[in-house]
Design a protein around this ligand. Structure first.
Ligand SMILES: N[C@@H](CCC(=O)N[C@@H](CS)C(=O)NCC(=O)O)C(=O)O
Length: 201
């Protein structure tokens, strides 16, 4: 199995999940500017040109981070990375995965865009992101993890995206519960090993 990634980008969550599941995998770095890897043209791997992408041992390719996370959880049920099929808790986890993917991740992506000027980025962060950080901080003030007391792949994705604000000059240090969540996540060997593998520690 091969995980296509770029250091610090949204493939980190998939890597954390693979490590939590005890899966063996290789990492292949993608250069966003040239859309190449050591193997050659990344657009031949996926015409979307995005990471993460997970190449399975049979050659099949999975894309879309939130879906890759569900696949890892479902294929490694002993690792308990998502609640059981059909339970209400499962849908709470999926709500969070969708919220992180469609609202948080894609809003944060605006701040990395070369097509948006710095002033608009600052306004956007204030107007769009503040309420999301408040919502997450309030939730984490009552829950150690997204689902309460237990870790799930939703935490991996939330941690991944919440590690970005400092890189785009958005200060989230005032959100104490987010800060505690980030520190709690960084106690996990899967997170430490994933950060190390991406050259981030
Ligand atoms: N819909 C995709 C989006 C993934 C995505 O936005 N990936 C970014 C990195 S976080 C990317 O590959 N960007 C490539 C580029 O900007 O050239 C998903 O949820 O997995």
């Amino acid at each position: 199995m091969k995980l296509y990634y770029s250091p610090g980008s949204c493939g980190l969550a998939s890597q954390i999940a693979l490590r939590e599941a005890g899966q063996k995998f290789d990492l292949v770095a993608v250069d966003f500017k040239t859309k190449t890897t050591v193997e050659g043209d990344y657009l031949k791997v996926t015409p979307k040109g995005f990471v993460p992408a997970l190449k399975l041992d049979d050659g099949d390719l999975l894309t879309e981070g939130a879906v890759i996370l569900q696949w890892i959880a479902d294929k490694n049920q002993d690792a308990n990375l998502l609640p059981a099929f059909g339970t209400r808790e499962r849908y709470t986890a999926l709500e969070w995965l969708n919220f992180v993917a469609s609202d948080l991740h894609k809003s944060m992506a605006v701040l990395f865009s070369p097509f948006v000027d710095p002033e608009s980025k600052a306004k956007f962060a204030d107007g769009n992101l503040t309420s999301k950080f408040e919502y997450i901080d309030e939730h984490l003030s009552k829950n150690d993890y997204v689902l309460g007391g237990r870790f799930s792949v939703a935490d991996a994705y939330l941690y991944n995206v919440l590690s970005w604000p400092g890189r785009v000059n958005v200060d989230i240090s005032g959100y104490a519960s987010i800060g505690k969540f980030m520190a709690r996540m960084e106690q996990r060997p899967s997170v430490q090993d994933a950060l190390k593998a991406e050259g981030l520690r």
